[in-house]
Design a protein around this ligand. Structure first.
Ligand SMILES: Cc1cc2nc3c(=O)[nH]c(=O)nc-3n(C[C@H](O)[C@H](O)[C@H](O)COP(=O)(O)OP(=O)(O)OC[C@H]3O[C@@H](n4cnc5c(N)ncnc54)[C@H](O)[C@@H]3O)c2cc1C
Length: 414
C-alpha cells in the first residue's frame, strides 16, 4: 500500500483504466475531466437501435477479461454469423489473392525471414514494406485494407517500423486469456464505462468533472496526461514545452462513422467488409453489427467508416449498392463526425518516440516508451503520458500499456 496521490487528466478509457490499475496498487487517485461525463470517445446512444459512439468491441485478452471480471460486467462474445471477414475484390470475398500467387508470396516471405530482410527499414511505410517483402497484390488487397480497418489510414501513411514492429514485438502483444476475438459488454460500451466509474468511486477515487485544471497540484506525487494528442499538446505547453513542440507534429485524423438500420437481412453474413483503395469505394469499410453482436434492437445494424465530410448517406448507399446490389433504404441512420479521431502512426510519431523528451532506462529504442511507459524528463514533478498513441489505438493495447505504466509509476514514486 502507498499513500501517494496521482492526478490523471482525462477520463476516457485510457484515464479510467489507468485509475483502475493504480488503485489496485494502493495509490490514491484524482481524475480531472473537462467534459461533464466520463468515457471520452466511448459511449452507447440508446436510440431506435443502440449506436456506439466509437469502439464497438474489445479484442479479448487476459487483462481485458480481468477488468470485466473485477467490475462484474458480463462479456458477450462475437456471434457465429461474424466468423467470415470480407474484402471487396469485384465482390465481397474472404481471400482476395489467387492460391498460386499466395503460395509464391509465402515462399518469398519465408526467404526474406531466413535472410533477415523482413525487418522494416527506417522511414519505410507499410505499403513499401508489404510490396518489398510480399507483393503489390498483398499490399493492395490484404495489408493495406487490414491496417486501414485498424488505424483508419491507408498503409502508405503508416510507419512500417512502428506498426509492424508492434505486431512482431512479443512484449507488446496482449497476453491471451480464455476467450478469442471480439468481445463487448452486454449492453454496449456505456455498460463498461458506468460500472468502471462506480467501482473507482467506491475505491475513493475523486472525480472532478467539467474541470480542466488540476486542483492543489502540489498535493500530487505524479501527474498523468490521458487525453488525445491535441489536448496533451496544450497541457504540455506549460509543463514540458520541448515535448509539446515534437508531439504537435503528430497528426490526428478525422473520421466519420454512420450507423444504419435496415429491415431486411443482407445477402451475406460476416464481421464486415473492407474496401481496398483500388476498388474506388467512398468508405473505408463496414461492420455488420447485428452479425457480430446479435439481439440488439429490431433492425439489422451496420456501421460504415469514412473519411469524407459531405453527403455521407448518399455515398454510403452508393457503396452498399456496389457491395450487395441492394437499393434498400435505411429505417434509421445516425452520423457522427470526428475532427480528431485517431492518431496517425506515421513518421512524426516515430520521431516523437525517439526524441529526447523522455527519461530513459536503456539505449534509445523505438519501443522503449511503449514498453516502459512515457515519463517526460522536462518536468521536475513526475509527469507521464497515456493514450492511444502509446502502444496501439485499440482498447486491449491501451489497457496493457496502462498496466506497464502503473509498474513504472510504482517504481518511480511509491
Ligand atoms: C470511430 C472509431 C471506432 C473505433 N473502434 C474501436 C474498436 O472497435 N475497438 C477498439 O479497441 N478501439 C476502437 N477505437 C479506438 C478507441 O475507441 C480509442 O483509441 C479510445 O477510446 C481512446 O481513449 P482515450 O481515453 O485514449 O481518449 P479519449 O476517449 O479521447 O479520452 C480523452 C478524455 O480526455 C478529456 N480531456 C481532454 N482534454 C482535457 C483537459 N484539458 N482536461 C481534462 N480532460 C480533458 C476528454 O474530454 C476525454 O474524456 C475506435 C475509435 C474510433 C474513433
Amino acid at each position: 500500500m502507498t499513500n501517494k496521490k496521482v492526478a490523471i487528466i482525462g477520463a476516457g478509457f485510457s484515464g479510467l483504466t489507468l485509475a483502475w490499475a493504480l488503485t489496485k496498487q494502493g495509490f490514491q487517485v484524482d481524475v480531472f475531466e473537462s467534459a461533464d461525463h466520463c468515457g471520452g470517445l466511448l459511449g452507447t446512444d440508446q436510440e431506435i437501435i443502440p449506436v456506439e459512439k466509437a469502439a464497438n468491441a474489445l479484442l479479448a485478452s487476459r487483462s481485458v477479461e480481468n477488468l470485466f471480471s473485477d467490475l462484474n460486467v458480463k462479456i458477450v462474445e462475437a456471434g457465429y454469423r461474424s466468423k467470415k471477414r470480407y474484402i471487396f475484390k469485384n465482390k465481397p470475398v474472404t481471400f482476395p489473392i489467387p492460391k498460386l500467387k499466395a503460395a509464391m508470396t509465402l515462399v518469398k516471405a519465408v526467404i526474406f525471414m531466413i535472410t533477415k530482410k523482413i525487418a522494416p527499414k527506417k522511414n519505410e511505410m507499410v505499403s513499401e514494406w508489404a510490396t518489398r517483402c510480399l507483393s503489390s497484390d498483398f499490399n493492395d488487397y490484404l495489408v493495406s485494407p487490414g491496417f486501414q480497418g485498424i488505424y483508419g489510414q491507408s498503409s502508405d501513411q503508416l510507419s512500417a517500423e512502428l506498426v509492424m514492429g508492434g505486431v512482431f514485438n512479443k512484449a507488446l502483444r496482449p497476453a491471451k486469456g480464455k476467450l478469442k476475438g471480439s468481445i463487448t459488454p452486454e449492453a454496449g460500451m456505456r455498460s463498461l464505462i458506468d460500472p468502471l466509474q462506480k467501482y473507482l468511486k467506491e475505491k475513493n477515487v475523486q472525480f472532478h468533472l467539467s474541470t480542466s485544471t488540476i486542483l492543489n497540484e502540489k498535493d500530487f506525487s505524479a501527474v498523468v496526461i490521458a487525453t488525445s494528442i491535441d489536448k496533451a499538446v496544450e497541457i504540455l505547453a506549460a509543463k514540458a514545452p520541448l515535448a509539446a513542440q515534437t508531439l504537435v507534429k503528430v497528426p490526428t485524423l478525422p473520421l466519420v462513422t454512420a450507423t444504419l438500420g435496415f429491415r431486411q437481412l443482407k445477402s451475406i453474413q460476416g464481421f464486415g467488409c473492407l474496401f481496398p483503395a483500388k476498388e474506388n469505394f467512398n468508405s473505408l469499410g463496414v461492420l455488420f453489427n447485428t452479425d457480430i453482436f446479435p439481439n440488439r434492437g429490431h433492425l439489422e445494424s451496420e456501421t460504415w467508416i469514412l473519411n469524407k465530410n459531405e453527403n455521407i448517406l448518399d455515398l454510403i448507399l452508393a457503396d452498399r449498392k456496389k457491395m450487395l446490389g441492394s437499393e434498400e433504404k435505411p429505417q434509421f441512420f445516425k452520423i457522427t463526425k470526428y475532427q480528431k479521431a485517431l492518431p496517425l502512426y506515421g513518421l512524426e510519431l516515430r520521431d516523437f518516440l525517439l526524441s529526447d523528451s523522455f527519461t530513459r532506462s536503456e539505449a534509445k529504442n523505438l519501443f522503449e516508451v511503449f514498453k516502459n511507459g512515457a515519463r517526460l524528463k522536462e518536468s521536475a514533478q513526475p509527469l507521464y503520458l497515456t493514450g492511444n498513441y502509446l502502444g496501439g489505438v485499440g482498447l486491449a493495447k491501451i489497457l496493457d500499456y496502462n498496466l506497464r505504466l502503473t509498474e513504472r509509476i510504482k517504481k518511480d514514486i511509491a
